[in-house]
Design a protein around this ligand. Structure first.
Ligand SMILES: C=C(O[C@H]1C=CC=C(C(=O)O)[C@@H]1O)C(=O)O
Length: 372
């Protein structure tokens, strides 16, 4: 479908207050949209269902499910998208009160880590920005600005509208193979990927890798686990440390793997329960879908295979593959009528510095602010 028709269709869906999601996978050009035919709010019952899921941070709350069987699926190429750029660079000033609150929160986290068995906790905040909003334009700008991110706009009339450009994969599966990643540590991107990482970032990221490895090793249905080389990964104006993790699994363990991985120590902390309790008691706001996860569940993808056997005529055949592609909801915002709420956080360890942590959240907030 040409991109004008594609965006007109999702705009009309939004105007009619009908649920939809539009998204593009990292490093791909195809932009997909799933348009629901009615506004019934459905929740995920089990991980054998096929559709698009949106899960909140709090795993005791329900995951919203968009059934792909009762939806229209459309697509376009992101290369053809036209969008007017935001002419003036708006600057958004957080209040001194917000800064003080966040620094105090980080100090409390550091104190707790020094005096208990808590090793790491991810602390975050929500920043409100008053502005006239245009979600579809924000989505187009996100697509243009962040080609290596999973970019999405998600809407349900009784839940709200969310947009994001996340660098973090929770779980990708293709038949029996899977991929995930340990992503942590942040530095400002200054035009160079060849950077030296400090001990604090290396330690913080290594904790994430070790914990994901231990979580996956505890699942019976995982037959092989490979921990790759740690590398520097660019996500817009910041850099992270990333360790790719992959392996082989049995399909019936899909739900168990997702539940083991979420919330990862990149968005919650370690040990998981202690970090969760600290977040609940101290953060002072509801994360809602920020640091939850979203994506395609059991998508059927047709792949054409052509076995190179000379004596076989018309040998091309279609192979239907089962894919799941889930991402952690980071670098995201919620869009309301006359304001947006941008969600940002960072991992705290014993060696964190409260002011540096505040500045890290200011930098991360720019990912969304740049498209407003
Ligand atoms: C929690 C966030 O980022 C996580 C992912 C990568 C690096 C992080 C860090 O360096 O603290 C965070 O763990 C966020 O962007 O809101």
């Amino acid at each position: 479908m040409n991109s004008l028709d594609f965006f007109e269709k999702i705009q009309a869906q939004l105007q009619e207050k009908l649920p939809f999601v539009a998204y593009r996978h990292p490093n791909e050009t195809e932009v997909l949209a799933q348009l629901q035919e009615n506004s019934t709010l459905e929740f995920l019952e089990d991980f054998t269902q096929k559709g698009f899921i949106f899960a909140p941070f709090d795993s005791s709350k329900k995951t919203v499910f968009f059934d792909s069987a009762s939806a229209e699926i459309i697509s376009t190429a992101s290369s053809a998208i036209e969008v007017e750029e935001n002419t003036e660079t708006k600057s958004f000033q957080s209040t001194l009160q917000e800064k003080t609150f966040h620094e105090k929160l980080v100090s409390k986290g550091i104190q707790k880590i020094k005096t208990s068995t808590l090793k790491k906790v991810v602390l975050s905040r929500a920043e409100q920005i008053i502005t006239a909003t245009n979600s579809i334009n924000y989505f187009k700008r996100l697509l243009k600005k962040y080609p290596t991110a999973f970019v999405y706009v998600w809407y349900h009339p009784s839940v709200g509208l969310w947009l994001g450009a996340t660098p973090e994969t929770l779980l990708k599966t293709e038949q029996n193979s899977f991929k995930t990643m340990a992503l942590a540590g942040t530095k400002a991107f200054e035009g160079n990927l060849d950077v030296e990482w400090g001990a604090k970032e290396k330690e913080e990221q290594a904790l994430v890798t070790e914990s994901i490895q231990a979580d996956l090793e505890s699942v019976n249905g995982i037959e092989k686990l490979i921990i790759g080389e740690t590398q520097t990964h660019q996500a817009g104006n910041v850099l992270h440390l990333k360790t790719p993790i992959s392996g082989i699994f049995q399909q019936e363990f899909l739900g168990e793997i997702v539940q083991k991985l979420h919330p990862t120590p990149a968005v919650c902390g370690l040990p998981k329960e202690e970090a969760k309790n600290f977040i609940k008691a101290e953060e002072n706001y509801d994360r809602s879908f920020y640091t939850g996860y979203l994506g395609e569940l059991n998508r059927k993808v047709e792949k054409t295979r052509n076995p190179r056997r000379k004596n076989v005529e018309n040998s091309a055949y279609n192979l239907v593959q089962n894919q799941t592609n889930l991402y952690v909801n980071l670098r995201c915002m919620q869009v309301l009528e006359k304001k947006v709420i941008v969600y940002v956080g960072g991992g705290i360890t014993a060696s964190s510095n409260p002011t540096a942590e505040w500045e890290e959240t200011v930098k991360k907030a720019e990912t969304m602010q740049k498209v407003l």
